[in-house]
Design a binder for this molecule. Structure first.
Ligand code: ATP
Ligand code: MG
Length: 364
């Protein structure tokens, strides 16, 4: 008997090695049995854009999708890009615009966590696609199948999906959403119009955060807001999650509160640590860094990453800088595999000792 291929089978590579099922990347989870409390609603959901106009940034993409939707010419879509940039929100806003109150009849949402055989899913799509479509303003509207986290599908499932898309194209549009477009087979890519959602730039993250801060009447300092924007790295979900958790932990949202809440080292601590690495003896520097690390509960991997960024700001010959950054990338890599912290801190010192010698030579 032929193997049953799950359309939503998760690629082995895509599974988190230590956690199964897959982590939800900070996305909200509805817990059955717990009535939603308005105050406890995660802000990522409370402030999810409801319409295309609410989606921050990506103006060209949103305008194009908006126009295609208005003209009833929606193609199959492939939305890809890093987390928290508005892919799912955009497609849900499209569905809302197309179908309004009928959305739940017209949209079939499938996710990588739906572990069902291809036959079941094919049947599900067929049942969904073959029922009567509603008419809107005299136009018969196509239905929408959303395949979120499509990059977690196995190659076999993707090949199977090719045929499914072709078969139901007449009255159904497919929207694939993923983070890593290179994990989508070319045959599927070529059936879709692709849009890349880049990380949001600082201006848009700031604007959106200000909107939430105003609505929630929060007390946020200027440097606190700047820290939120810096740590979110263009991921709006992350920005809102940090804002909400910092708000739960402290009355006023300052730079220090934000860094404390996320466990990230403060910029002034990184400056101090870099100073020790560049100037202190091994024994003194090692002791001081170990002490600040323990006192503030910092992870060495975060220290190394931030010191690497700090090195970009220090004036030094470019060959010394390149070598230093290279060596620190190696340490960060080893730490990410759980190598011993003390050994890697020693390694960090020897890296800086080499850089210091090179700086002395360059100065002569
Ligand atoms: N462009 C944006 N404009 C406004 N809010 C946004 C935007 N992008 C993300 N958000 C906020 O982040 C939350 C998560 O966004 P969304 O689910 O659309 O991200 P995604 O791109 O689908 O991420 P993932 O790849 O992790 O699934 C939204 O509920 C919203 O609050
Ligand atoms: Mg999404």
């Amino acid at each position: 008997m032929a193997d049953v291929v799950s359309l939503m089978d998760i690629d082995e590579d895509a599974k988190d090695k230590n956690h199964f099922p897959r982590p939800n990347k900070g996305k909200s989870v509805v817990v059955a049995g717990n009535p939603p409390d308005a105050k406890a609603t995660p802000w990522v959901e409370k402030y999810r854009p409801q319409s295309l106009a609410d989606v921050a940034a990506h103006r060209d993409i949103i305008d194009t999708i908006d126009r295609l939707t208005s003209e009833n010419r929606l193609p199959h879509l492939l939305l890809y890009g890093p987390p928290g940039t508005g892919k799912t929100s955009t497609i849900l806003a499209v569905a809302r615009k197309l179908y309004g109150a009928q959305m739940h009849n017209m949209v079939l949402e499938l996710n990588a966590s739906d572990d069902r055989g291809i036959d079941v899913v094919r049947q599900q799509i067929q049942d969904f696609a073959s029922t009567q479509s509603f008419s809107f303003c005299g136009k018969s509207s196509v239905k929408l199948v959303l395949l979120d986290e499509a990059d977690a599908m196995t190659k076999d499932a993707q090949f199977a999906l090719r045929r499914v898309i072709e078969k139901y194209t007449k009255n159904t549009r497919f929207s694939l959403i993923c983070n890593h477009v290179n994990k989508i087979i070319p045959a599927l890519q070529s059936r879709c119009t692709r849009f890349r959602f880049a990380p949001l730039d600082a201006i848009h993250v700031t604007e959106r955060l200000k909107h939430v801060i105003q609505s929630e009447e929060l007390d946020v300092t200027e440097s606190g807001l700047a820290a939120l924007v810096r740590l979110s790295n263009g991921d709006m979900r992350k920005a809102l999650n940090i804002l909400q958790s910092t708000h739960m932990a402290s009355q006023q949202i300052t730079e220090e509160a934000v860094y404390l809440c996320t466990g990230n080292p403060l910029p002034k601590d990184i400056e101090q640590i870099s100073h020790w690495l560049l100037n202190e003896s091994f024994a003194v520097g090692f002791r001081r860094i170990s002490e600040i690390k323990a006192r503030k509960g910092l992870a060495l991997v975060d220290i190394v990453r931030e010191v690497t960024m700090f090195v970009f700001k220090i004036k030094m010959p470019s060959d010394v800088r390149v070598q230093l950054i290279n060596d620190m990338a190696d340490i960060e890599y080893r730490l990410s595999f759980g190598c011993n912290d003390k050994l890697q801190l020693g390694s960090l010192f020897s890296t800086f000792a080499r850089a210091r010698s090179a700086l002395v030579v360059a100065a002569k």
